[in-house]
Design a protein around this ligand. Structure first.
Ligand SMILES: *Cc1c(COP(=O)(O)O)cnc(C)c1O
Length: 400
């Protein structure tokens, strides 16, 4: 049968690259890795000294190392990537009743962070090549619905302010930030880059390499268990302006006014800080980042080579000079007939799961989730076509 044939070809290709022995299964999509790192040593230091909670030297060191690695002037580490997004939106002035433009292809956290502040996500289509927010669709949408008033931009159909845009660097591939920034200049809308998946990914910009998250006003990272490095749970903000860094530190630290013994708070803050325990783990994981990036690049190259032979499939590669961290390797099913695509996809996923090789379809597009079904949206023909075509492959660096 057609699907069976196809399924076998794809699974054979994966097994050729990953050299999966029965004993090595299950093969997860992306697993945390602690062997050969200082994880135990650094976490033990927290236990030995009693510094386990939301202050301590590992937090400071983790933030310093993130600055060095990314080139960000400031970073604030927080309890997860969703919180990082919510804080970024908050300090840039996003409020209840606003709209925030996001792409429909992302983890649900991107939309949720907007909704947590009482704002509404407004969906604009993706770029087929890098799977991030499409600059042309963004321009087209703003030209159609944008209305400038007193230096701000409003949606003339809903009357709501468009208070921010969140491009996402999907699966570690940099979105087309230079064009997105160019489009938004005209509209004076702040940009938050969701770089949750993109630690170690850089944009090629002129003769410079700029880490993802540093072309907009703020960038956010996640260190969840499935990301390239993990702190157990955690996130961070990449910040260029000192005033914003101070504001974020303050509001994420219960808005406590620093003092030797006084407990004084000057606004309603959050308790969003990253505990020292998690930061210690993060420091150990960061020491292994370079090696992970190299392994993931090799894994991606190897997948690319084997999938060249399968004509029904395209291995997705960023053809720009940008540098991806190759967080998740991804194939695209190419059949013209979308019903064929769905059948092949389902057959492949079912068969892979029964063999304990955990492939994953791309996320359900956010505009189709019940809580975001009525959100404003532009023309979404690219995501509608791509939804069933995208399949993530096992991508842990330790499998190659
Ligand atoms: C993981 C992820 C987040 C959220 O991070 P958490 O640490 O899980 O809260 C946000 N956006 C994207 C694109 C992600 O992949």
């Amino acid at each position: 049968m057609n699907e069976t044939n196809f399924t076998n070809k794809v699974l054979n290709a994966i097994q050729y690259v990953v050299d999966i022995k029965e004993v090595k299964r299950p093969v997860h999509l992306h697993e945390p890795y602690f062997n050969d790192t200082n994880s135990w040593k650094y976490v033990k230091d927290c236990l030995d000294t009693g510094w386990v909670s939301s202050a301590g030297s590992w937090v400071n060191l983790f933030e310093k190392k993130l600055c060095e690695l990314t080139g960000s002037p400031f970073t604030v580490s927080v309890s997860n990537g969703t919180v990082a997004l919510r804080l970024a939106l908050y300090v840039l002035g996003v409020n209840s009743g606003d709209e925030v433009i996001i792409p429909p292809l992302s983890f649900v956290a991107t939309a949720n962070a907007v909704a947590h502040l009482g704002a509404t996500p407004h969906f604009v289509d993706i770029d087929k090549d890098n799977l991030g927010l499409c600059a042309k669709s963004l321009k087209h949408r703003l030209d159609k619905i944008g209305l400038k008033k007193n230096g701000l931009t409003f949606n003339k159909q809903t009357g709501k302010r468009i208070a921010a845009v969140i491009p996402v660097h999907v699966f570690g591939m940099p979105a087309n930030m230079p064009e997105i920034v160019e489009v938004l200049k005209e509209w004076n809308i702040p940009i938050i880059e969701d770089a949750a998946e993109a630690l170690g990914s850089f944009l090629n910009y002129g003769d410079k390499k700029i880490h993802c998250g540093l072309m907009g006003d703020l960038g956010t990272l996640s260190f969840n268990g499935n990301k390239i490095i993990t702190t157990g749970g955690g996130g961070a903000l990449l910040i260029k302006k000192k005033s914003l860094a101070e504001k974020i530190k303050h509001i994420s630290t219960t808005a406590k006014i620093p003092h030797l013994w006084n407990y004084d708070h000057d606004e309603i803050g959050w308790n969003d800080r990253l505990p020292n325990l998690n930061a210690a783990l993060g420091c150990a994981q960061l020491e292994d980042l370079q090696s992970r990036l190299e392994k993931k690049s090799l894994l991606s190259k190897s997948y690319f080579e084997v999938f060249k032979e399968i004509k029904e499939v395209e291995f997705i590669r960023d053809n720009t000079k940008n540098i991806s961290n190759h967080w998740l390797s991804t194939i695209r099913l190419l059949d013209n007939d979308i019903d064929q695509v769905k059948e092949k996809r389902n057959s492949l996923l079912n068969s892979a799961f029964s063999k304990k090789i955990y492939l994953r379809p791309a996320w359900r597009p956010l505009h189709l989730l019940p809580m975001y079904r009525n959100s404003p949206k532009g023309d979404l023909s690219v995501i509608k076509d791509q939804e069933f075509r995208l399949i993530n492959l096992p991508s842990s660096p330790q499998i190659i």
